[in-house]
Every structure is written in C-alpha cells, then in structure tokens.
Design a protein around this ligand. Structure first.
Ligand code: UD1
Length: 419
C-alpha cells in the first residue's frame, strides 16, 4: 500500500494550478443521468472519488468516454440497470447523489445505504424524506434504499434542517424533471451548489436562487446534454494556502477562485499571512517564522468549512499561542488529533472543541490517514515537523487531492510516494 514520506523543514515557493472541484464534479456527473443527450464535463480532477462516480455510472450501463485531459462525455441512453451497488457506495457516500436523478428520469432507483463513516454517523434521512415529499415510495430492503414513483415526481416545498449540501443537490436535480415547482428552504449555499445549478441551467433547467438559502426549481419536460467545466477546488486551494502559512514562503495558485475562500483567507490573515487576490488566482506570502494561533468554529457556507478544520488544527498545533477549534457540522471529525499528538501536538478534546496549545516544533513520526481531510492535516504537519513523517493509508488522500506530492514537490517540499 502506498505511503507518503515527508522530510519537514522546507519553505514553499513557486506556482501551481488548482484542480477541478471534487465536490462539484460528483453532483455534475450524477446530473448526466437527467439528460436525453450526452453531457460533456471538463476540468475534472484526477481523483479516486471521480473514478468511483464514473464506475458507478458505468455499472448502470451508462456510456462513459474519457479523454486524456479528463474531459468526460457521459451518454445515458444505454442505461439498463438503475442500481447503485453497495461495493461502490460504501467507498463513496456521495453515490447517494444518483438517487434524485434516477427517480426523476427513470421513476425507479435502488441505492445502497452508505452505512457509517470515519467522521460521524452521516445519515441520509434528509435525502429520503425529500424524495418522499416529492411523491416517491421508498422502502429500506436488504440495506438498500428501494425507491419508485408513479408517473413524475411532484414539485414540493422542502425544508432542510440541518443544511445538507448533497441533500440540496439531490433535490435540485430531482426537481428539474418534476411536475410543477419545488422550493428548497434552508438550502445549502455552497459554491458547488451554484456550479451544479449552472450546469443544469445549461442543460435547460429552470432554477433560481442557487447560492442563497431559498432555491426555486420549475420542472421541465426534458433536459439535454451540454458542455460544462467544473469550478476550481476551494478546499484543495485552502489546503495549500494553509501549508504555506505553516511552512513559510510565497506561493501563487492559478485557476483558483479566491472569492469562495473568504472565511479561510481571513483566518490565514489573522495567522500572519499576506495575500494578493485576483479573480482567478491567489498569492500568499508568509514572512513570519511561525503563524499566530487562530480560533474558529466550522459551519455551513459561508462560515468556515468543516473540510478545512483538520488543516487548521495542524496549523494551530505549531502556532504562537493557544486556540480552540470547534466542529459543528460532523460529530466525530477529530480523528487527526490523535495522529498529530503522535507528532508531539498538544491538543485536548473537550466535546466538539479541540483546545490547542501551540508548541515550538512537531517531530516526524509514522502516522495513519483516517479520512480525506484528516490525511491532509497530517501532510501539513509532516511539512513542518523535524525529521521524517511517513503517512500510511494515503488512499484517503487520493480520494480528494490530485497529485498532492507532485504539487508540493514543485513548491520545494521534500515529499515522495513510497510503497
Ligand atoms: C458535503 C461534502 C463534504 C462536506 C460536507 C459539509 C460533497 C460530495 N461532500 O457532504 O465534503 O464536508 O458537505 O460541508 O459535497 N445530515 C443528516 N441527514 C442527512 C444528510 C445530512 O442529518 O440526510 C447531517 C450530517 O450528518 C451533517 C450535516 O447534516 O451533520 C451536514 O451534512 P451534509 O451537508 O449533508 O454533508 P454531505 O452533503 O454528505
């Protein structure tokens, strides 16, 4: 099994490109199920989760054509199996995103229940309740969500509590081909929801309000394919910016959209970093020897993203001063704390808050990646630790970071993939 070997202590300098957004690519690929003609999706990141989604579509009989530059053409006219199997769903919870499109287009779907995961119980009750409110008949049989609808789904008023990103996306997609109007209240405002809506609008959908907490969708009779390029990955960009704030140096990230990173950039400024922001690029410089500690609380967009929480625990572990990091989105998203503690981090967990005392230096150690963003925090810790860090189970990192070791190497880090 691959591992990452990192020798800490190098400053980061240079330029890299942001990859396409994983969390935007996944719903957009699922949206291909709604179209009568092929959908072409560009700027897809080369990630295991994207491969899993393509495999999932392929397992349903969908024709997927991949070009070298990761532009994909998805043609659903050959679909012959409306079943998302457990083997694929258990490796990627976002597989639930096919539920809405399958029901809306084919009136039937069987989607395996995802089960538990490392960052909390993560139920899918909101997805199921919303489809029921739109007229679907849903039973849980042998670990599967077995769903069907007599005729078309019906527009409905759906209220999310708590806010759910993929829940909002599932309902938007279902509503596009439903009869009548759907109004989603307390909708997720994440930029990836806007990206999905823009793609669907390009396919002929009638959607208003994406990016706000009320989204209105007027159902149409059919959607066509279009060509769409997914937005840059704001979590990937945020992760590299945090790496620079920790390791020092100056880095420009091109093809990034800093407007979607305000909460992260504000915290990094408090940590002592300087930014030059342009529409499509972000440059960070860190002249201080160490970042200042920054306290934060995660929340749905535009609050501080839970997907950046682990990276900031890492930053705070070597910062000047003490901090608290409070997680409000997922109940158990602190698996990285024990691993950073193995590198010398001084972190105490009090309920859903990590209380962090910044220390002079972390020391390299063998550590284990437990989930996607926890793994990223260990890479950042390794970059600044004294000595060598070996990170095991990096398949978690490969789910969400495209060529992480190549990008960091280009910036001067001493990092390599070993087996
Ligand atoms: C998405 C992102 C993930 C990010 C998360 C929160 C994708 C593919 N993944 O995940 O990277 O960390 O948003 O920003 O876009 N909940 C329920 N019942 C449900 C659904 C959710 O109780 O049916 C709860 C969850 O347990 C969690 C909260 O709602 O506490 C938010 O989760 P949600 O926004 O749904 O996360 P995902 O869409 O799975």
């Amino acid at each position: 099994m691959d591992k990452l070997l990192i020798k800490g202590g190098c400053e980061l300098r240079g330029e890299i490109y942001a990859s396409g957004s994983k969390n935007s690519a996944l719903p957009i690929l699922a949206a291909s199920l709604l179209a009568d003609t092929p959908l072409k999706v560009g700027n897809l990141p080369h990630l295991n989760d994207v491969t899993t989604m393509l495999e999932l579509l392929g397992s349903m009989g969908v024709d997927v054509m991949l070009s070298d530059d990761m532009e994909v053409q998805v043609d659903t006219s050959s679909i012959d199996n409306l079943n998302a199997r457990y083997e694929l769903v258990k490796t990627m919870r976002a597989s639930i995103l096919v539920l809405g499109p399958l029901l809306a287009k084919f009136q039937k779907a069987t989607v395996a229940l995802p089960g538990g995961c490392a960052i909390g119980s993560r139920p899918v009750n909101l997805h199921i309740d919303a489809m029921r409110a739109m007229g679907a008949d849903i039973n849980i049989e042998d670990g599967n969500i077995v769903a069907s609808v007599d005729g078309r789904l019906k527009g409905a008023k759906i209220m999310f509590e708590p806010v759910s990103v993929t829940g909002t996306e599932n309902v938007i997609m279902a509503a596009c081909l439903a009869e009548g109007t759907t109004v989603i209240e307390n909708a997720a405002r994440e930029p990836e929801v806007i990206d999905l809506a823009n793609c669907l609008i390009g396919m002929g959908a009638q959607i208003e309000g994406a990016g706000s907490d009320v989204i209105t969708v007027n159902g149409v009779d059919r959607l066509n394919g279009t060509t769409f390029s997914v937005m840059p990955d704001r979590v990937e960009v945020g992760t590299y910016l945090t790496a620079v704030a920790m390791a020092g140096g100056k880095v420009k990230i091109k093809q990034a959209k800093p407007e979607y990173l305000s909460s992260v950039i504000t915290k990094l400024e408090s940590a002592g970093a300087f930014f030059i922001l342009e529409d499509n690029s972000v440059e960070i410089s860190m002249k201080k020897r160490k970042p200042n500690a920054v306290s934060l609380t995660t929340g749905p967009y535009p609050s501080f993203p839970t997907d950046m929480q682990a990276q900031f625990v890492s930053l705070n572990s070597i910062a000047e001063g003490n901090s608290t990091v409070t997680e409000t989105v997922f109940e158990n998203r602190f698996m990285h704390v024990q691993e950073i503690a193995r590198m010398g981090g001084n972190i105490t967990l009090k309920g859903n808050t990590a209380v962090i005392e910044g220390i002079e230096k972390l020391t390299g150690a063998p550590v284990m990646a437990t989930d996607l963003r926890a793994s990223a925090s260990l890479v950042l810790a390794g970059l600044v630790a004294e000595g060598s860090t070996v990170i095991d189970r990096i398949y978690h990192i490969d789910r969400g970071y495209e060529r992480i070791e190549e990008k960091l190497k280009m910036l001067g880090a001493d990092i390599e993939r070993i087996s």
